[in-house]
Ligand binder design. Structure first.
Ligand code: NDP
Ligand code: 2IT
Length: 444
């Protein structure tokens, strides 16, 4: 496999899709050796087939704002690969959304979903719609207009979207309501649904909980745990919220949260009522974390990343490429022992290389944030069986799945007695499952 040539070909066909090329390069570098050892992959052109989505759907979403003005956004759904199960992956509503970002997310989702042990293919979608500052009515009208187009492409056994940045329980509610009306069915076509209408307990917390479970598995290999540790978290959304809760429950102190405006430093720890305040802040449709500092009288550092704060464990839970080389240097210099990605691709490739070379524990998002989509899979199971499990049952499955993913990463990523390359392990384990399924099922 000639990685540079594959990337050059992709650049020719899809100019400017930088996030997408970044995600593809990382996977190819990890799997190169195993790919070359198995000629059946090359003769079936597995890589060429895997790097192109099955289909990309782009549609306009016209809607009416509160002033009566018609607005137009772009909607997307990228159905990447369904070799091991129905297309599955979140919807992101954020002004930065474009084809490159959604393709990188959809591509990552293929391997992440394969790691969960559940039968789910990879997809992603969303819109450049900005939910910040919008009224509930505007969000409802936008979500309904979005679903008016999307519903033709999805179904409980075909493609099952969920939330991501800017899409939480409220948006899933509006989307589901419109789907139900159009399709005349109540099914598990979306996950992250409300508890009273098909949602699963623990799904809201699952990505953050799973992230901490994964970090804990890594720490255990070094005889460590969360108790008494100082933790830096970025973001203040859904994933950060779950991670803060679980890290605190395990006896750690979470000292930072961040937003696009900067980060807050809370030396006493984000716990109790402060965690509830995070939820209110996110639901308030503002896009800044600064009100936390005002509310609790703690430091706010405008325009900065939280990684300069000394910590033992770092959980990046905001967005892609939010932890760069200089952030990695701060973490290493301050004696951080573990970086466990809650967001998708939050560390730049240069930062990943530095963190790994330092010898610290480093887990990529596709392994360490898979608890969210795994619990979506558990929601699909409950919907199909028309039952609901208790929180303890779902949490037990989630915990077991995160341990399993950790084992898969260790199996394929062990470098020596001392070091596991979790990036390589996750990519190889995910790749082999999907590639073998594609070969078993022929050229389609
Ligand atoms: P939310 O919308 O709930 O929260 C995202 C948070 O990150 C918000 O606080 C947002 O602030 C903040 N943020 C966005 N851009 C930046 C930035 N440039 N710098 C700092 N903060 C920023 O989304 P989620 O918590 O659901 O998603 C967070 C990450 O986790 C994403 O990478 C997502 O793809 C990933 N993920 C999500 C899963 C899920 O189940 N929800 C599952 C697995 C991964 P603001 O809104 O003000 O921009
Ligand atoms: O990035 C992700 O894994 C998600 N946003 C969750 C996807 C899902 O289908 O639950």
């Amino acid at each position: 496999m000639n990685i540079d040539q594959i990337i050059i070909n992709l650049e020719k066909q899809h100019p400017g899709e930088v996030e997408y090329f970044q995600a593809v390069r990382e996977v190819l570098e990890s799997i190169q050796e195993i790919y070359n050892q198995n000629p059946q992959f090359e003769s079936a052109s597995i890589i060429e087939r895997m790097v192109e989505p099955d289909r990309v759907l782009i549609f306009k979403v016209p809607w009416v704002d509160d002033r009566g003005q018609v607005q137009v956004n772009l909607g997307y759904r990228i159905q990447f690969n369904n070799a091991i199960g129905p297309y599955k992956g979140g919807l992101r509503f954020h002004p930065s959304v474009n084809l490159s970002i959604l393709k990188f997310l959809g591509f990552e989702q293929i391997f992440k979903n394969a790691l969960t042990t559940l039968p789910m293919g990879g997809a992603k979608g969303g819109s450049d719609f900005n939910p910040k500052g919008k009224s509930d009515g505007e969000i409802m009208r936008f979500s309904q207009a979005f679903m008016l187009e999307l519903w033709k492409l999805i179904g409980p056994e075909t493609d099952v979207p969920a939330g991501d940045i800017g899409v939480g329980a409220r948006e899933i509610g509006f989307l589901y309501g419109m789907y139900r009306k159009l399709a005349r069915e109540n099914t598990g076509v979306l996950t992250g649904k409300g508890r009273g209408w098909g949602g699963s307990l623990i799904r809201p917390e699952a990505t953050g909980f799973g992230n901490v479970y994964f970090a804990n598995e890594m720490l255990k290999t070094k005889g460590e745990g969360f108790s008494g540790k100082k933790v830096a978290v970025s973001g203040f959304g859904n994933v950060a919220w779950g991670a803060v809760q679980k890290a605190t429950e395990l006896g750690a102190k979470v000292v930072t949260l961040s937003g696009p405006d900067g980060y807050i430093y809370d030396p006493d720890g984000v716990s109790g009522d402060k965690i509830d305040f995070m939820l209110e802040l996110r639901a308030s449709n503002n896009d800044v974390v600064q009100p936390y500092a005002t509310e609790f009288g703690v430091e706010f550092h405008p325009g900065k990343h939280p990684w300069e704060v000394p910590c033992d464990i770092a959980l990046p839970c905001a967005t892609q490429n939010e932890l760069d080389q200089s952030d990695a240097k701060h973490l290493i210099d301050n004696g951080c022992i573990c970086v466990c990605e809650g967001a998708n691709m939050p560390s730049t490739p240069e930062a990943v290389e530095m963190l790994q070379q330092s010898g610290m524990l480093f887990a990529p998002g596709k392994a360490a944030n898979a608890g969210g989509v795994a619990t979506s899979g558990l929601e699909m199971t409950q919907n199909a069986m028309k039952i609901s499990w208790t929180a303890a049952e779902v949490d037990k499955h989630l915990h077991g799945i995160m341990k399993d993913i950790h084992q898969q990463c260790e199996y394929y990523g062990r470098v020596n007695d001392q070091y596991v390359d979790y990036v390589k392990g996750a990519n190889i384990a995910g790749f082999l499952k999907v590639a073998n399924a594609m070969i078993d099922q022929g050229v389609i």
